[in-house]
Write a protein that binds this ligand. Sequence first.
Ligand code: DGL
Length: 273
Amino acid sequence: MHPLASPPSPADPALVGVFDSGLGGLSVLSVLHRTLPGHPMLYVADSGNAPYGERADEFVTERTLAVGRHLVDSGAKLLVVACNTATAVAVAALRERWPGTPVVGVEPAIKPAVKASASGRIGVMATPATLRSAKFQRLLHAHGAGASIVLQPCPGLAGQIERGDLDSPEVIAMIESFCAPLRAADVDTVVLGCTHYPFVRRHIQAAMGPAVELIDTAWPVSRQAARLLGAVDSDSVPAGRVQLETTGDVAHLRSVAAHWLDFEINSVAAAPF
Ligand code: DGL
């Protein structure tokens, strides 16, 4: 701690540790910051190892535990796994390793999609690792019964979004190729099952057409985080510090955060692990 910094008092809002394989979890951080404006947040982008979605499960688990260790050591009182892939593959390992620290994960919004869909035809866009995971298959069985659900793996899309150019021809061409089978299946609802995808929502909407509803889970995840922290809604609290760290390129994260986020970031640094 800096010698002039005052020690945290018991009344200080708890530090929330947030992470993703890379930049996608910033879509969750953004909503978390709106939901819990007084809480300091430390976001780790494991961009040096992204994307996770095409990696082996062992690798994703190892990285999730390494980032989790850093967040817990930094004083995080709640962990938000802002990554569907890391949640699907490794949230159980994280909970087992730190049983005293509450963990909120993100999962593709199957249940809300079934509720929202009039036709019962639903598309799910996610990484290959998420879709093949046992956790996702359980979610599908628990909440997808009766609906016709088309699973669309999107290899490469998170990696393209990581590059930071959300309007590149490569991003738009990939979205078109992944949305074509969903259009052919005539789905009326699409689950954005990767936290990178909300950043290209407008292109997915354009490819699917205006009548198709796109659903992601940032708001329910943030409300769950608020419940676990016992947080009270308040617009008048002083803003908590938001720090970003990356295992990748710091200048790239700084530039992306400046373009993609609409609130103040207090520091952007290399992850020290
Ligand atoms: N943003 C992540 C997710 O929600 C992971 C993307 C990736 O690294 O492949 O699944």
